[in-house]
Write a new protein. Structure first.
Length: 255
């Protein structure tokens, strides 16, 4: 197992497991957790983190009471996000298309608001926001690393809600009656920080498609600010633009 300088135990275990399962037959069983922990010299927490990631990626499958087995690797498939006239959200959009969306919550807690988030959410410097850091998967394929911030005083239940399944926007609608009416987007390219690189399984510094999103309610008050960084194998968005309806008298804005 490669533990050269700069290589984390998680990444080393994941790399070793990938190399091993690439030589195994579909349906073949991995050794037990204690055997793998002893072989790699790591804790069960580190091993499970690596195995969990490969399960989410569709490379392994767990069967309760039996063990962990090699599965058929999925071909790279694009699941583009579409931004058009209706604010739907990632989860709603993908499930409406017939896909299965799963989520791994990496962090969920109160943090001091940074300058950019304070501007987007119209908050005072130093206020606390609920930070939700998630990995999103579509049909078992890793899709994006998302950091979402919400005003803690307005949406306190988001601090303890379970977001491993379901839609954040659905939760806001059901719990707080929030109806989204606007989504301001910024699309750019960012370099992967070490944390993002670790979770997206890419090299630190790799340039990633990054989409910043601020959603607003019907009163035009900011609800949430999020930044999604997309896995390079399926970085794709689609945009749909529509001209404004004719003004009274047949005049348009362009005229």
């Amino acid at each position: 197992m490669d533990l050269s300088p700069g290589t984390s135990k998680y990444r080393a275990v994941r790399s070793s497991l990938l190399e091993r399962i690439s030589t195994m037959a579909i349906g073949e069983q991995l050794p037990s957790e204690p055997v793998l922990c002893e072989e790699f010299g790591v804790s069960r927490i580190t091993l499970r983190h690596a195995v969990d990631g490969l399960v989410q990626d569709g490379r392994l499958a767990r069967e309760h009471g039996r063990g962990t087995f090699v599965t058929q690797p999925q071909d790279d498939v694009h699941y583009p996000e579409r931004f058009a006239d209706v604010v739907t959200g990632f989860h709603r959009q993908q499930t409406a298309a017939g896909h299965v969306v799963t989520t791994r919550v990496l962090r969920q807690g109160l943090v001091p608001v940074d300058d950019e988030t304070a501007r987007q959410l119209d908050l005072a410097p130093g206020e606390a926001v609920i930070e939700l850091v998630r990995l999103r998967y579509v049909n078992g394929q890793l899709h994006q690393y998302v950091v979402t911030c919400l005003p803690s005083t307005r949406f306190p239940d988001c601090l303890t809600a379970d977001f491993t399944t379901g839609s954040l926007y659905d939760f806001l609608h059901e719990r707080y009656g929030v109806a989204l009416s606007r989504n301001d987007l910024v699309v750019r390219v960012d370099e992967a920080t070490p944390e993002i690189a670790l979770n997206l399984d890419v090299e630190p510094g790799l340039r990633l498609l990054c989409i910043g999103s601020t959603v607003f309610d019907a009163a035009d008050a900011p609800v949430a600010f999020g930044v999604a960084r997309h896995a390079p194998d399926n970085s794709e968005i689609t945009l749909s633009l529509r001209t404004a309806p004719p003004a009274r008298g047949g005049m348009t804005d362009a005229q």
